[in-house]
Design a protein around this ligand. Structure first.
Ligand code: SAM
Length: 353
């Protein structure tokens, strides 16, 4: 959808995106400053608490590191409210089109009693003001203004390519039916649709506001996705129904007990012989000790992601096998082992009907 930000909102968003990119350079400076004084990787402890005890005081003593932390904390604290303020400047110009795209030709199926899991209480994930539903147009505010305009430039546009690579890793040919868990505003759904253009895509999320943005994208691009509000723990879909059940960047937001429950639900709705494929951030065991500490420091401790460490330290393959999948592997893609992908096969050889 075409729209133009006003001067103040545009400048604020560009400033935040630039600040993230430029302040990231401080990381290398902090690494270089401590290279001679910190223990070599082979001498660092493996456990995360011991790593913090060794490295956190050392790095927090370095001015470049403290400045980097200030910039990252500040951008995370500001991005939600700056995006909302930018939206208010254009509200009267965009809402009629946003409302039309949200309804026509297809609309989100809302839950009568939307689930709100206990593990959501007390957190605003990624520190976005109000969380996933904290604004009447939060799907546009998050998916478009935060994710596409502020976060994406920081990753040189790679966030969409990474999502597509997860869909492409699914060992299925010509799937008829695909279910995505936690589609948010539809970024991974786009990747799935590009890799499997002939499949019927259904996708759920807990957040009504994010689903509405995914619906706008689908309607605008002539994509007939079935979008419905549900948790991955109980999708309400039939048994043995999907050739592929998949998600991206959802499991790091789940405590282990919820992840296990979602995998049991994935197993139930995957057809015999079909696959569940879950992409998410890199597992801790795939990092060397110093990078593991950095990943934990910036995401678990300072990133607004309360279950990041739990996810990154728990084998999704073991969870999938415990859920009842016949085979499961959990490995990183490509030379950087990013993202990590669970590929789990359900026993049997059935075909979708
Ligand atoms: C980081 S976003 C990622 C989304 C998206 N798949 C992407 O590629 O950008 C996480 C999404 O998972 C959703 N979510 C979290 N827990 C969930 C659950 N138990 N069931 C369904 N969706 C969930 C959130 O509402 C949010 O929209």
């Amino acid at each position: 959808m075409e729209y133009a930000l006003h001067q103040h909102g545009r400048a604020a968003i560009e400033f935040l995106a630039d600040l993230r990119i430029l302040s990231d350079r401080l990381e290398q400076l902090a690494d270089a400053r401590t290279a001679a004084t910190r223990p070599a990787n082979a001498e660092l402890p493996a456990g995360i608490d011991a790593l913090h005890a060794t490295l956190t005081p050392l790095l927090e003593d370095v001015p470049e590191f403290r400045l980097l932390r200030l910039c990252r904390d500040w951008t995370l604290e500001q991005h939600g409210s700056l995006a909302m303020a930018a939206f208010e400047e254009i509200r009267d110009e965009v809402t009629a089109e946003l409302d039309r795209l949200q309804q026509q030709p297809h609309a989100v199926h809302y839950a009568d009693h939307p689930p709100r899991p206990a593990y959501w209480e007390g957190y605003e994930f990624h520190k976005s003001a109000g969380g996933w539903d904290g604004h009447d147009y939060m799907g546009f505010v998050h998916g478009e203004l935060i994710h596409r305009k502020m976060v994406n430039p920081n990753f040189a546009g790679m966030i969409y390519a990474v999502r597509k690579s997860v869909a492409a890793a699914a060992p299925v040919t010509d799937p008829l039916r695909i279910l995505e868990i936690g589609c948010c505003s539809g970024q991974y759904t786009q990747g799935i649709a590009e890799v499997f253009p002939d499949a019927r895509i259904s996708a759920c999320d807990l957040s009504a506001r994010q689903l509405e943005q995914a619906q706008r994208y689908a309607n605008e691009h002539g994509l007939n996705w079935e979008l419905f509000q549900a948790g991955g723990e109980a999708t309400g879909q039939p048994d043995d129904h999907f050739d592929l059940v998949t998600s991206y960047a959802v499991f790091h937001e789940l405590p282990t007990a919820a992840a296990a429950e979602v995998l049991r639900e994935c197993l139930r709705v995957t057809r015999p012989g079909g696959y569940t494929v879950i992409g998410d951030v890199k597992a801790y065991h795939a990092f060397d000790a110093y990078d593991r500490w950095k990943n934990d420091y910036w995401n678990q401790v300072h990133g607004g992601d309360p279950y990041w460490r739990e996810y990154a330290s728990t084998s999704l393959a073991d969870l999938a096998l415990a859920a009842g999948f016949a085979e499961a592997s959990w490995e990183g893609l490509g030379p950087h082992q990013y993202p990590f992908v669970l590929i789990a096969r359900k026993a049997g050889n059935g075909h979708t009907t």
